[in-house]
Each structure stands twice: as structure tokens, then as C-alpha cells.
Design a protein around this ligand. Structure first.
Ligand code: AMP
Length: 230
């Protein structure tokens, strides 16, 4: 099964994709994680992309598409979930030529929730680990959507439950202006991807208004409803 998880920054894509990876036995490919890893190791690719990353801008398509192409080659192009790709119509067009996508999981949320969640995100410093936590405690209703999002805390403050490494706040999550810029980039450059796929690929639209385990259950149910899971 080849899936895309799509949604604005802070919508929990990484969390859901990691859980789906183990539940479905598919491989999660996250371009953001690949870039963070390359930047940390100060590789040639890392040096090329760091300025875009630090400004909250998209890395140019020709670089990102190559990175994705290589990542897909490593897994013989099947049974994956793409997290954070495609983020432009150009990327979606390139992807169409490489593999077939079975469904898009489209995560929805109000901007005020996204900002709160993004500022409160803490991730594992071990690049081999996908530990992901959140300090925000959100209970509110906006436009008739009731959000109940308790914090996702590690057992020991600041330490990853899964591997014992330290947690940290992503540099691009620290600065409110940068978060807002990434949301604008999403609206202007990434949202058109939805219109590119409408009518071509099956969509699963889901509000991120409950804790991850419930959202993942809803996604699995929807995958059954459209016949991708027995
Ligand atoms: P993420 O971890 O998905 O929020 O991505 C963090 C940053 O990596 C983004 O703000 C972009 O600078 C870059 N990035 C990740 N995926 C892509 C993509 N598909 N296209 C362009 N830039 C990307």
C-alpha cells in the first residue's frame, strides 16, 4: 500500500505516520527528517538545504525530488507512507512518474491549534528514533470542531521513552514568526497539491482533534472503508 500523509505543519503527520508504519508494516519516508539528518551531519546536501530550512521555506523542487527518488529506490518503490512530500504541485507531478499512490490521508486543523501544537512539540535527538512528544494541553471548540488534545509527555521529563536520548525543540519550532511563515508557505505552495490530486486519488479527510491513538484508529477504519485494508 502506497500512501501520502498530507497536512499543515503541526498537524501531527509525523506522529500518525510513525504509528501507521508499525501497524501496517510499511516504510515511513519523511523528507523533513532526511533534511534534518543531513544538516546535523553537515553533509554537502545539508549545506545546500540549511538556509531554506532555517527560513521556514521549501527546499527547491529539483533537490527534494532527487532526495525522494533515492529514498524510494531503497525500498523498491512499494509499501510506504510519504510524510511531508509532495509539498508542491511540481513534486506531485514528479512523483506521479515514479510510483502509484493508493490514497492521501489529508489532516485538517485550525491555525490557532497548529501554532499551539508546533510550539509545544519536542522530538528525540537520536536521528534513528522517531520519538515525538507534545507539552500542549488543548481543550477548545472552534467552528463546531471540538479539540481534545491532552499532552503527550515522556515518563521522565526531557528524555525519550523509546531510546533514552534527550528531547529537543526543533529550531524551526522555536520562533513564532517562523511557524507562521511555514503556515503561509503551506497555504500558498502546498495546498494546491490537494486540487492536483482531487479526482485522481482517494482522499481520507481527518481532523486532528483527538489524541493520536484515536486518529490512527480513524485512519485505519477509513482505509478499510475504501477497501485498502481487509
Ligand atoms: P517537516 O519536518 O516536514 O516540517 O519539514 C521541515 C522543513 O524541511 C520544511 O520547512 C522545509 O524547509 C523542508 N522540507 C521538508 N519536506 C520538504 C518538501 N517536500 N519540499 C520542500 N521542502 C521540504
Amino acid at each position: 500500500m502506497n500512501l501520502i500523509i498530507f497536512g499543515p505543519p503541526g498537524s501531527g503527520k509525523g506522529t500518525y505516520a510513525s504509528r501507521l508504519e508499525s501497524k501496517l508494516g510499511i516504510k515511513r519516508i519523511a523528507t523533513g527528517d532526511i533534511f534534518r539528518d543531513e544538516i546535523k551531519k553537515n553533509t554537502e546536501l545539508g549545506k545546500k538545504v540549511v538556509k531554506f530550512y532555517n527560513r521556514g521555506e521549501l527546499v527547491p523542487d529539483y533537490i527534494t525530488i532527487e532526495v525522494l527518488r533515492k529514498a524510494l529506490e531503497e525500498i523498491v518503490k512499494k509499501n510506504f507512507i510519504l510524510d511531508g512530500f509532495p509539498r508542491t504541485v511540481e513534486q506531485a507531478k514528479a512523483l506521479e512518474k515514479i510510483v502509484k499512490i493508493d490514497a492521501i490521508i489529508n489532516i485538517l486543523a485550525h491555525e490557532e491549534i497548529l501554532i499551539e501544537k508546533t510550539q509545544a512539540r519536542r522530538i528525540c535527538s537520536n536521528t534513528k528514533c522517531d520519538g515525538n512528544y507534545n507539552l500542549a494541553d488543548i481543550r477548545k471548540t472552534i467552528d463546531n470542531i471540538e479539540y481534545i488534545l491532552p499532552p503527550i509527555l515522556p515518563k521522565k521529563p526531557g528524555i525519550c521513552d523509546k531510546c533514552g536520548s534527550e528531547l529537543y525543540q526543533r529550531a524551526d519550532d522555536e520562533d513564532l514568526e517562523l511557524i507562521k511563515r511555514r503556515l503561509r508557505v503551506y497555504e500558498e505552495q502546498s495546498k494546491p497539491v490537494i486540487f492536483f490530486y482531487k479526482g485522481k486519488v482517494r482522499f481520507i479527510d481527518i481532523y486532528m482533534n483527538r489524541p493520536p491513538e484515536q486518529i490512527v484508529e480513524r485512519i485505519l477504519q477509513e482505509l478499510k472503508n475504501i477497501g485498502l485494508l481487509p
